[in-house]
Design a protein around this ligand. Sequence first.
Ligand SMILES: NC(=O)c1ccc[n+]([C@@H]2O[C@H](COP(=O)([O-])OP(=O)(O)OC[C@H]3O[C@@H](n4cnc5c(N)ncnc54)[C@H](OP(=O)(O)O)[C@@H]3O)[C@@H](O)[C@H]2O)c1
Length: 177
Amino acid sequence: MRKIVLYIAASLDGYIARSNGNIDWLHDEKYTIPDEDFGYSAFMKTIDTTLMGHSTYKEILSFDAPFPYLDTKNFVFSRSLKQNTEDVEFINNDAAEFIKQLKQQPGKDIWLIGGGQLNTLVLNTGLLDKIILTYIPIVLGEGIPIFTKGTKEQKLKLKQLESKQYSNGFVQAVYNI
Ligand SMILES: NC(=O)c1ccc[n+]([C@@H]2O[C@H](COP(=O)([O-])OP(=O)(O)OC[C@H]3O[C@@H](n4cnc5c(N)ncnc54)[C@H](OP(=O)(O)O)[C@@H]3O)[C@@H](O)[C@H]2O)c1
């Protein structure tokens, strides 16, 4: 069965965005390493579908750039938005059942983009298979956590051979659930 993979970056204290949703701290020029994309393009070849929460979708639309995921089927979870666009389909009802059905369909793996609310839903329903978490060497002190309140305890298995460290201080840990 195809896997659901959370591929995400977080501060050392576990935040994926500032409290106002801003992710400016991820895009510091000093983190650039020539010809290094931290496994992104290789990962993109393994997936054909993305899942994101409405807040994450809004953050992506706020970038001064075209919608970035044009080669994948994209699902946005929202109880308030229903009008599909040419880029995304909105899922309003029974998110867990929808994701369960999606996993059973043939296809490549599924990228759980985030954010924290959707990550929690997928983890709590037992549908998450893998986490590729890039720790950014910064402490934010407050923000939106990778998993929100109400997350069930979950033990993870570190895949040592797939985990990596980079010269800019990034540490990419790969976990199986
Ligand atoms: N660091 C990174 O790599 C990274 C990656 C991804 C996201 N982020 C950041 O994460 C932040 C957003 O995280 P978040 O936790 O605030 O929000 P989120 O998970 O992206 O979205 C939350 C929204 O999803 C909808 N939703 C949640 N549960 C649902 C359900 N069961 N059924 C249907 N819809 C549901 C609701 O939308 P409605 O209110 O419309 O009902 C809810 O307000 C953004 O700032 C984004 O930039 C960072």
